[in-house]
Design a binder for this molecule. Structure first.
Ligand SMILES: [Zn+2]
Length: 118
């Protein structure tokens, strides 16, 4: 006993609609995840900037210069880590995903500026 053609055709149509809905849901979920990850990265960067700023405000002492330099290279390492995880740390694209992990000259500028005259 076989399914008649009409039943088979209707069944496939229904299945196709379900697949399209699922695919739509999947795309929406991917979009939301991407947004969350980028938002999180942006917050991480802002948090770091605020910490640096607080540090600057509270340690204007010249004796602290060596320690500041040390902390500066620590924050550079943090930026480098975020960059290597695939996100922009440059001002324009700050926290957004680097498409296909393409290199960004502005990010590298942010991470490595002034690092030559330690
Ligand atoms: Zn960038």
């Amino acid at each position: 006993m076989s399914m008649d053609k009409r039943t088979l055709y209707d069944g496939l149509n229904e299945f196709e609609e379900d697949l399209q809905k699922l695919s739509q849901n999947l795309m929406e979920m991917k979009g939301s995840l991407q947004e969350l990850v980028e938002k999180n990265t942006t917050l991480e960067l802002e948090n770091q900037r605020l910490r640096e700023h607080i540090h600057e405000l509270s340690h204007k002492d010249a004796n602290q210069a060596g320690k500041e330099k040390q902390e500066l290279s620590q924050s550079r390492l943090n930026l480098e880590k975020i960059y290597e995880e695939g996100f922009h740390v440059c001002y324009d694209l700050y926290g957004s995903r680097r498409e296909h992990d393409e290199p960004c000259a502005f990010c590298l500028e942010v991470i490595y500026r002034d690092s030559g005259n330690k």
